[in-house]
Design a binder for this molecule. Structure first.
Ligand code: ZN
Length: 163
């Protein structure tokens, strides 16, 4: 097993993500390993860079500054948008990304902060913007990506996309 993590590898990791206060923000525990395609931006840039060169069985911690994670916080406050601006059958829940158009017709991603009653509160900042991310990672396994996975830019099968 001389494989190391590099572009074009499908990598399976167990991970726990904590913030500066040591609170767990996300974890693969109970879900099973996350499979991602290395070099395709499936995970935040700082984590991807920190994992390069690791081998199956390695356990490592990777600290990721906001600019290599979910970006700096813009300082903008969440905005309230009328629920009626969204499609009726669209499910809206906290932490969900939605695509919208700004005044210039550019596509922007907004994050749902709160959806209740006639108003939906959306934020231009990712919920983890401005936070330093601390990942504890165990590299479970890896394999070469298939040509189709490389074309699609993501993993197919267990821990990845099914389509
Ligand atoms: Zn695909």
């Amino acid at each position: 097993m001389s494989d190391i993590i590099a572009d074009g590898k499908v990598v399976q990791i167990n991970y726990t993500l904590t913030n500066d206060a040591g609170e767990t923000l996300d974890s693969s525990e109970g879900r099973g390993p996350l499979a991602y395609l290395h070099g395709s931006g499936n995970i935040v840039p700082g984590l991807e860079a920190g994992l390069a060169g690791a081998k199956a069985g390695d356990k490592l911690t990777v600290d990721v500054a906001p600019d290599q994670g979910y970006g700096a916080h813009t300082g903008e406050e969440p905005q309230a948008v009328r629920r009626s601006e969204f499609p009726k059958d669209m499910e809206l829940h906290e932490g969900m990304p939605i695509r919208a158009e700004d005044g210039q017709g550019n596509t922007v991603v907004l994050w749902v902060v709160k959806a209740e009653g006639a108003w939906v509160h959306v934020d231009i900042n990712h919920p983890l913007a401005g936070q330093t991310l601390h990942f504890a990672v165990e590299v479970v396994d890896m394999r070469d990506a298939t040509d189709v996975e490389v074309q699609h830019g993501h993993v197919h099968g267990p821990g990845g996309h099914h389509h």
